[in-house]
Design a protein around this ligand. Structure first.
Ligand SMILES: *Cc1c(COP(=O)(O)O)cnc(C)c1O
Length: 389
């Protein structure tokens, strides 16, 4: 005898997981010993740099790092973030009230709607997008409203097209530039428009800036907080994951409006117990940086990007070069749907790519390829794709 395990409505409301078939195909291919080139995951393939590992090694020998961390995070880490923001973006932040360390930015993003969304409230969410914006909203009982990101709008949402009824019910707006999965970027003027839109409609802006540091051809992505008045209407999420090859370490931060920050801190103080202090010391070292580190990382991804895209273009698959992020958003050949395209790449070329529809219905017609394999493997990928198209 057992019990009936009934899932909550909120779990049942999550969108279906669309990668089941691709995942099992990939597992089968690996089990068969096939030589898979995995362009599917957005996880850096190079290790956390030495200067950060050294800071971690030192920190774990200090017993003061072994206890429960403070919910607000170490003062030194928050100060490190403030210095980094000022130097990188020219934005001043008060480490006491305007910066909150996170256990990776995904955690903060997914928890944020609990602070502002009542059942039936609307969250404005880009589509395609990183899934936690939508799923965090659903967990809070909110209704996601899709803002399509279309190539003809440079993958920016058309804020002017949202109807008044939706705007009246909307409490939060998620944005993500440089963008996953499209690789699109935005300029300061867009952030200024977003700020005006937020004030006019009384909507909180949540900007996910996980990729501002991965950029090419000399381009430097702006921060939302650079817009005049932005700090009065929103916060920005940052992550050390992609920038410093620290995805496994779990550290990021929310920065900006102090009332929004303190509301998120209140949610989190009832759910988690902070970030391992030693990881915060490693984070301080990361943000201080090391001469040449970022240039080296960006050079590496830029070279891979050029090999992949020049290669694809030379065999007739026209794809544009992203200015930032390590993603290539490729429109499928012959108008194929994205699941079929991913299946074809895997079955016929032993290449894993992510079907665009997995990021939302407006991602249909594309696949996402991550620049997280070495140049040599990119060249091999081009050879294989040439054989099948
Ligand atoms: C990878 C990623 C993050 C960062 O996640 P962490 O939890 O900080 O590792 C945030 N947003 C987007 C869009 C991402 O792709």
């Amino acid at each position: 005898m057992g019990i009936k395990i009934d899932l909550s409505e909120r779990l049942k409301k999550l969108p279906p997981y669309l990668f089941v078939e691709i995942d099992s195909q990939k597992k089968r291919a690996l089990d068969e010993g096939r030589d898979i080139i995995d362009l599917g995951v957005g996880d850096p393939d190079t290790p956390t740099p030495d200067f950060i590992m050294k800071a971690m090694a030192k920190a774990i020998k200090d017993p003061s790092t072994h206890v429960y961390p403070s919910n607000k995070g170490l003062r030194e880490f928050r100060e490190g973030v403030a210095v980094w923001y000022r130097e990188r973006f020219g934005v001043s932040l008060d480490p006491e009230t305007e910066i909150l360390p996170l256990i990776g930015s995904k955690e903060g993003i997914a928890h944020m709607p609990l602070a502002f969304i009542n059942p039936g409230d609307v969250a404005l969410i880009p589509n395609p997008a990183y899934p936690p914006y939508r799923n965090g909203t659903i967990f809070a009982g909110g209704e996601p409203y899709d803002m399509p990101l279309k190539a003809e709008n440079n993958f920016l949402p058309d804020l002017g097209s949202i109807d008044d009824t939706t705007l009246n019910r909307a409490r939060i707006l998620f944005l993500n530039y440089p963008n996953n999965p499209t690789g699109a970027v935005c300029d300061r003027r867009f952030y200024q428009e977003v700020t005006a839109f937020a004030i006019k409609n009384n909507i909180i802006v949540l900007s996910d800036a996980a990729y501002t540091e991965l950029s090419y051809d000399g381009y430097m992505p702006p921060s939302f907080l650079e817009a005049e008045g932005a700090k009065a209407v929103g916060v920005e999420f940052h992550s050390l994951s992609k920038t410093y090859n620290m995805t496994g370490w779990r550290i990021g931060m929310a920065c900006g409006n102090k009332d929004i920050i303190s509301a998120l801190a209140k949610v989190k103080s009832n759910i988690d117990s902070g970030i391992f202090n030693a990881v915060q010391h490693a984070g301080i070292a990361a943000l201080k940086g090391k001469k040449g580190y970022m240039d080296g990382i960006n050079k590496m991804y830029q070279e891979r990007r050029d090999v992949l895209i020049d290669g694809l273009n030379s065999i007739g698959w026209k794809v544009e070069k992203p200015k930032a992020t390590f993603y290539v958003w490729a429109r499928n050949l012959d108008g194929q749907d994205s699941i079929s395209m991913a299946r074809l790449l895997l079955e016929k070329a032993d290449i894993v790519a992510t079907p665009g529809v997995g990021f939302g219905e407006h991602g249909e017609g594309y696949v996402r390829m991550a620049l997280t394999v070495p140049k040599k493997r990119m060249k091999e990928a081009i050879k294989r794709i040439k054989r099948i198209i």
